[in-house]
Design a protein around this ligand. Structure first.
Ligand SMILES: O=C(O)CCC(=O)C(=O)O
Ligand SMILES: [Fe+2]
Length: 675
């Protein structure tokens, strides 16, 4: 359920990201329009001789363009930076802007013009800046007139959206100060020091034309990207809405699709976001602990879970995806995992399905997709590995039709053909048909949930009671809720043996130390496929570990002196532990197992006992306990058990393996052969 919530949040985040992108694009577009308008409204010939136009041009470049360019994504900025540095002076410096303002003042002095008489309209900001330049040069009279003019313009032009605006407050302060200083000896400006050359101005004008082009191209690219993002949003919304959340939680196919979507589609989309604060949010969120975000291993687990399900039920991709709308890319990914795990027949069937979906009219535009060619490659290779050489030959021939010059394929085709000549075709396995040799494996049947009638009736007859562990003082005030799950061998379940808080602490201690579990009977150090989970032994350093051990001692009445440290285990989707005995065939063997469930599991993940047909469903906070050894010290073969594949959910358990030594008084041994 958490993942579904997570995805809803992502959808919201993504939608608001798209709106923000859209808004920022619209702002940029209107900026561009304003700029285009100012550029086009100027007659270039005249502009070069008109100090107002020159001033406006330079100011536009320094103020508006700079601020726009600085708000665009890095990629454009670096283009721009490069371009700036390549061939200076194309872009006006701050001094050039100052010079242009002087040009204006000089012109005013010459013709005795007040700011309002200069003809070409200026904005409040443009006027303010001229005032500031005059003010800095201590020409307070000019400054005063420009500030006044700016203030008037400010009142008049409320409607224009200034990119960076001067405020009334600022203007009033400058006006006051200019008036105050007026009367102090005026400084004559050395205009010659600040002269702009005509060819320089022409270059600036060219620069602006270039920028308009650069920026226009950028906006087109942004627009295209936005269109693409919107398409993705549509696809994802459609995929999410076509799912019934109830159903998706009880169906491993939907679980796989959800995880695939989160791992691939969402990650891909999130990493392509560009608006800076979303980028930061998303990066932070990606690098935080992400407890609810599936890992690549979860995706692998979910795909393997599907394949496992297919194996147990003999299902074809068509059966498993019925009503689930698998897209080509979703199917191909199951194929990859099957291929990686050398399940070539399943791989073949999934690639075939993916190929069919590639051109399916109902199939929506996939976010990442494979080409027909790459799917054919995998198909051929899977058929080859499976031993269906004639099918492989067919596929290679199709590939060659697509790419007649591919020597590698031609060689493969020839090689496979000649092997095929030597081989008896009737011996070739049929890759299109799943073998139906009936599975009599009751482990699989139990995991599927097929408990036989006999078992469930017998189980129902068993009882529940409160236990004080034979008068243990620690249990008198808080008796244990004990349920007999099975009578022979006796399997007892203790409910609420551990609190949610203790569970959280144990998980937190374990998480950083978890590593892929190894099984002793395998070669040393080999990561096992028998037990697919992560585990760690916790020493008694933490108070919570000591407390849990004490509780186990109280419940079982056994000594923990020779027991192993608490063993915490985590299984993701697809995680499992094939049938085994916990015993080690050693002196001081594991006499008993106390298995505590630290999570519920949405689907799958039961602990099953194939010899007696018992399936124990994980229930958070409860524990099950049984003796692995008869009283005479021999292994009770009926305690063979397994952890079923987790089809959906995250399974956490902790094991306490209790050993023989030290139990002489609590569980005296017997010489009887069957006890
Ligand atoms: O996870 C389970 O249900 C069983 C675990 C188990 O049998 C073991 O770790 O020895
Ligand atoms: Fe076990």
């Amino acid at each position: 359920m958490q993942l579904v919530e997570e995805e809803k949040n992502l959808l919201k985040l993504f939608s608001s990201y798209i709106s923000a992108e859209e808004e920022s694009l619209n702002t940029l577009k209107s900026d561009l329009q304003t700029l285009e308008l100012s550029v086009n409204s100027e007659d270039p010939e005249r502009a070069m001789n008109d100090p107002v136009a020159v001033y406006k041009l330079i100011r536009r470049l320094r103020i508006k363009w700079l601020s726009i360019l600085q708000s665009t994504p890095i990629s454009l900025q670096s283009d721009f930076q490069e371009w700036l540095q390549s061939d200076l002076p194309k872009f006006p410096s701050e001094e050039d802007l100052e010079a242009a303002a002087f040009g204006l003042i000089r012109w005013q002095e010459k013709y005795k013009l007040y700011p309002e008489n200069i003809g070409t309209p200026l904005s409040a900001n443009e006027a303010f800046y001229v005032g500031k330049v005059a003010y800095q040069q201590k020409n307070f009279q000019h400054a005063f007139h420009w500030f006044m003019h700016s203030l008037r313009l400010l009142y008049r032009s409320e409607s224009l959206r200034p990119i960076q605006g001067v405020t009334r407050q600022q203007l009033l302060e400058y006006l006051g100060s200019s008036a105050y200083h007026y009367g102090s000896p005026s400084v004559t400006i050395d205009f010659n020091k600040h002269l702009l050359h005509l060819d320089q101005i022409m270059q600036f004008a060219d620069t602006e034309i270039n920028l308009l082009e650069l920026f226009g191209g950028y906006i087109d690219a942004e627009e295209e990207n936005l269109h693409f993002l919107k398409g993705n949003l549509q696809t994802l919304k459609w995929r999410i809405n076509s799912e019934d959340p109830e159903k998706s939680m009880s169906n491993p196919t939907e679980a796989y699709k959800l995880i695939k979507r989160l791992r691939h589609d969402w990650l891909f989309i999130l990493q392509s976001t560009r608006i800076s604060h979303y980028k930061v949010d998303i990066q932070e969120w990606l690098h935080s602990d992400l407890p609810n975000f599936p890992s690549e291993e979860d995706l692998e687990g979910a795909a393997l879970g599907l394949i496992r399900l297919q194996e147990i039920y003999k299902l074809y991709p068509e059966n498993i995806t019925r009503g689930a709308h698998f897209s080509s890319d979703e199917a191909a990914y199951v194929g990859y995992f099957a291929y990686q795990h050398e399940k070539f027949q399943h791989a073949f069937l999934w690639f075939l399905y993916s190929l069919k979906m590639l051109n399916h009219p109902k199939s929506l535009h996939p976010i990442e997709s494979d080409t027909k060619e790459s799917l054919l490659h995998f198909l051929g290779s899977s058929a080859h590995h499976f031993g269906s050489l004639s099918v492989a030959v067919d596929v290679y021939q199709q590939l060659l039709k697509l790419d007649p010059n591919n020597e590698e394929i031609r060689n493969k085709l020839n090689e496979t053909n000649s092997t095929l000549q030597l081989q008896n075709r009737t011996l070739e396995p049929d890759i299109n048909t799943l073998s139906t040799t009936h599975s009599t494996n009751s482990y699989e049947a139990l995991c599927k949930g097929d408990t036989d009638q006999r078992t469930s009736r017998r189980q129902r007859a068993l009882s529940c009671r409160y236990s004080t562990g034979g008068g243990n003082p620690r249990l008198i005030l808080a008796p244990l809720k004990e349920e007999i799950e099975w009578d022979e061998p006796r399997i007892v379940r203790y409910h609420d043996i551990i609190s949610d808080k203790e569970i959280e602490i144990l998980k937190n201690i374990s998480r950083p130390q978890l590593s892929r579990s190894e099984v002793l009977i395998e070669q040393e150090g080999a990561v096992s496929n028998i037990r697919v989970s992560q585990s760690v032994f916790l020493e008694d350093d933490a108070i919570v570990v000591v407390r849990v051990n004490q509780r186990i001692a109280d419940a079982t009445g056994l000594s923990m002196e020779t027991a192993e440290p608490l063993h915490v285990q985590n299984y993701g989707i697809g995680g499992r532990y094939e049938p085994h005995h916990d015993t080690l065939d050693a002196e001081n063997d594991r006499i008993a197992t106390f298995l505590t469930y630290m999570s519920d599991v949405e689907i799958g993940g039961a602990t099953v006992f194939p010899e007696i047909g018992v399936a124990l469903k994980p229930k958070k906070g409860s524990a099950v306990f049984w003796y692995n050894l008869h009283k005479n010290g021999t292994v009770n073969s009926k305690t063979l058990h397994a952890g079923c594949p987790v089809l959906l959910g995250n399974k956490w358990v902790t094991n306490k393996w209790i050993h023989e030594f030290g139990q002489e008084f609590t569980r005296p041994c017997s010489l009887s052969e069957w006890e």
